[in-house]
Design a protein around this ligand. Structure first.
Ligand code: EPZ
Length: 426
């Protein structure tokens, strides 16, 4: 099994190209199910989860072709075509490995009138139920049956019917499934308490390019006028705000300065304001956002919450950075119930972190020491890489398949800005 070996202590300087957003790509790919015409996605990141999703779509009868994209290029162009669906089943062995597979549910019921999707089960960071996804489909008239770990959803004989969907709390995935189901439902659908993450806006813009009628983008209320059919389109995946934020933390923790090429300031307000509060210099560069360490890191008090608040997907990376702050930080994780598995590994590197319920108290230390560490989930694995970049000595990060789910060619991007990092197989 691959592992990543880092010899830390080198400030990073230079340009890092930011890839297309994983969490946008994973909701744009199933849009292909909503039409029999070709959907072309540009700037698709080269990630394990994107490949897995492509294989799932292939099993449903969607043809996928990758154009161009020399091995040294970032971002691929994929054309998907669901001319004729050959299956409406998302099997357990796929869904259990990638919970985003549940995002085929809404589009399949909208296009084919039915879907049988394995319930995802939990994952490392929490139970992650899909009850809100199911309630949204029921609000559009779908009938659901749950048996043997699968949910079978069926639209009324005349197809889904527009309705009002009120989410009791924000769910990114449930908002995405609801939106993709509503665009072909008869009549008007209103989604209240919709997630406002930029990836939702990217999804809505792609659906509009395909002929959907959606209002309320960037707000917590989306209004959709159903249409009879959608047509093909070409759409470019937005830049990954979490990847950009992760590399900004790399500049911070190593005392360097990086230009995040392609990063979009308007998609990462709380990430950038938190970095500034920690003492980083942030400015717009010619090709993206420049992040520079200006001196010692200041401690922060941060609580994760839905967009536009501080994102849960940045909690582990900020925690790594704050292990070296001049003072004590307090991080509170309000979205997932078990997203502190990076803590014991960071402490093995000399950090001083104490978890108290949903909060973590991070007392700044003078230095971190390299050690063999174990990745447990995607963002935790990035926090261990960040710690390794700053630590004295050598750090070995095991189970790097977690990293490959969300960071395109991580070691190449870091080597190019001065990191002593390599992937070792076997
Ligand atoms: C998306 O997951 C992201 N994944 C996650 O990123 C991200 O952490 C999360 O949104 C929050 O921003 C993708 O976009 C592929 P939720 P999702 O539904 O949609 C509970 C990463 O590292 N909930 O907003 O699954 C749920 O358990 C990943 O890139 C229900 O109770 O998140 C969680 O506690 C990790 N019932 C909370 O809501 C439901 O039906 C928010 O989950 C749905 C969710």
């Amino acid at each position: 099994m691959d592992r990543i070996v880092i010899r830390g202590g080198k400030p990073l300087h230079g340009r890092i190209p930011i890839s297309g957003a994983k969490n946008a790509a994973l909701t744009l790919l199933p849009c292909a199910l909503l039409t029999d015409e070709p959907l072309t996605l540009r700037n698709l990141p080269r990630l394990a989860d994107v490949d897995s999703f492509g294989h799932l779509l292939n099993q449903l009868g969607v043809s996928t072709t990758i154009e161009g994209a020399r091995p040294d290029e970032f971002g691929r162009v994929m054309t998907l075509r669901a001319a004729n669906l050959t299956s409406t089943v998302a099997p357990y062995d796929i869904v259990r490995k990638m919970r985003a597979s549940v995002l085929v549910l809404g589009p399949l019921v909208a296009r084919a009138g039915e879907a049988t999707v394995s319930l995802p089960g939990g994952c490392a960071i929490g139970m992650r139920p899909v009850d809100l996804h199911l309630k949204a489909l029921e609000a559009l008239g779908a009938e659901l049956e749950i048996a043997s770990g699968y949910v079978k959803a069926r639209a009324p004989s005349g197809g889904l019917v527009g309705g009002t969907i009120r989410f009791p709390f924000v769910s990114v995935g449930a908002t995405e499934n609801a939106l993709m189901a509503a665009v072909l439902a008869k009549g008007t659908t209103v989604i209240e308490n919709a997630a406002r993450e930029p990836e939702i806006t990217d999804l809505a813009k792609c659906l509009i390019a395909m002929g959907a009628k959606i209002e309320g983008l960037r707000t917590d209320t989306l209004t959709i006028q159903g249409v009879g059919r959608l047509h093909g389109a070409t759409y470019a995946v937005m830049a990954d705000r979490i990847e950009a934020g992760s590399y900004a933390c790399a500049a911070a923790i190593t005392g360097g300065s990086l230009e995040l090429v392609g990063a979009r300031r308007d998609t990462m307000p709380s990430i950038l304001s938190s970095l500034e509060e920690a003492g980083l210099g942030i400015e717009d560069g010619a090709e993206g956002i420049k992040v520079a360490a200006l001196g010692g890191l200041k401690p922060l008090s941060l609580s994760t919450a839905p967009y536009p608040a501080f994102p849960t997907d940045m909690q582990a990376q900020f925690m790594a950075m704050l292990t070296l702050a001049e003072g004590t930080s307090l991080l509170t994780e309000t979205i997932f119930e078990n997203r502190y598995m990076h803590v014991p590994e960071l402490n093995r590197m000399g950090a001083d972190i104490e978890v108290r319920g949903r909060s973590a108290v991070v007392r700044g230390v003078d230095k971190l020491l390299g050690a063999p560490v174990m990745a447990t989930d995607l963002r935790a694995s990035m926090s261990l890489v960040l710690a390794g970049l700053a630590a004295e000595g050598e750090t070995e990060v095991h189970r790097v398949y977690h990293l490959d789910r969300g960071y395109e060619r991580l070691e190449e991007k870091l080597q190019a800005v001065g990191a002593d990092i390599e992937r070792v197989g076997g």
